[in-house]
Design a protein around this ligand. Structure first.
Ligand SMILES: Cc1cc2nc3c(=O)[nH]c(=O)nc-3n(C[C@H](O)[C@H](O)[C@H](O)COP(=O)(O)OP(=O)(O)OC[C@H]3O[C@@H](n4cnc5c(N)ncnc54)[C@H](O)[C@@H]3O)c2cc1C
Length: 235
């Protein structure tokens, strides 16, 4: 384990991972745990990997965010929504099967412990890179307010990691979790009356929803330079 509040990323390189865990978090989203074949992999919270796939004699790759904290870099967690061929392939890998991958990649990261309140908004498997950051902040004993608003349009009454966030809230005084069940995150956010100017804001959702959530926080008084976001789309 690397020192908690010192972050490093290794150069992008090829690895082989072995599946060591695969469980449903909702009826469509799985947590998949990967053990890497080498211990030189270092990533920043919010970064991603590119698993490599082979289908009909063609090799290709898709990008997936790392959902686990960088405090343990040789075992990674992915949080994968089942939508098409690649995500179904990942979800159907059995314990012990191997997967080639390349990484780390990505700019929606933390490179050091921040010093301002943070507001996270996630939809669906967009919780993955946010979970990596929030878990790392928790492990570091972060002492500024951290808010998480979470929704899941795929199965609105089932949120990935909901019990994890409820446990975090019970043991971390600065963490405030709001599950947007049966209402959109914009409505939950509007009801909180947060001073948006005080926050650094991180948003991750699927497709156009990222831009819509950005518009919502800007309309509530946030400035563009406070925002970091990622859009899950299929390449
Ligand atoms: C920076 C980045 C990080 C990503 N990280 C993750 C991740 O951590 N977990 C994850 O599940 N996906 C993630 N994705 C999406 C992932 O790369 C694939 O695009 C996705 O799994 C669809 O590939 P597919 O072959 O299964 O289906 P495709 O047949 O390629 O796509 C089917 C449809 O699914 C939509 N779609 C893409 N991603 C999602 C999603 N996550 N949820 C719902 N619908 C989606 C596409 O817009 C498309 O319309 C990420 C994408 C980007 C750009």
């Amino acid at each position: 384990m690397q020192s908690l509040d010192i972050l490093r990323r290794s150069p992008t390189a090829d690895y082989t991972a072995t599946i060591v865990g695969s469980i449903f978090l909702t009826s469509t989203i799985k947590s998949i745990r990967l053990q890497l074949d080498r211990d030189d992999f270092r990533f920043l919270p919010g970064q991603s990997i590119w698993p490599k796939f082979e289908r009909d004699g063609r090799t290709f790759s898709k990008i997936y965010s790392i959902a686990s904290s960088p405090s343990c870099c040789s075992e990674l967690e992915l949080c994968v929504s089942r939508v098409g061929w690649s995500s179904a392939f990942l979800q159907d890998l059995a314990i012990g099967q191997t997967l080639p991958l390349r990484g780390p990649y990505g700019l929606m990261t933390l490179s050091e412990l921040p010093n301002r309140p943070r507001l996270y908004i996630a939809e669906g498997s967009g919780i993955a890179p946010l979970k990596s950051q929030i878990d790392w902040l928790y492990e570091c004993g972060y002492q500024h307010p951290v808010w998480l608003i979470q929704a899941n349009p795929e199965t609105p009454d089932q949120l990935p990691y909901q019990s994890h966030w409820q446990q975090r809230q019970a043991s971390w005084a600065d963490f405030h979790y709001r599950a947007a069940i049966a209402q959109c995150p914009e409505r939950v956010l509007g009801g909180l009356s947060l001073n948006m100017a005080a926050f650094d804001i991180v948003i991750c959702a699927v497709g156009d929803r990222t831009a819509q959530l950005e518009d919502a926080v800007l309309a509530l008084g946030a400035r563009a330079e406070q925002l970091q976001s990622e859009k899950f789309i299929a390449f």
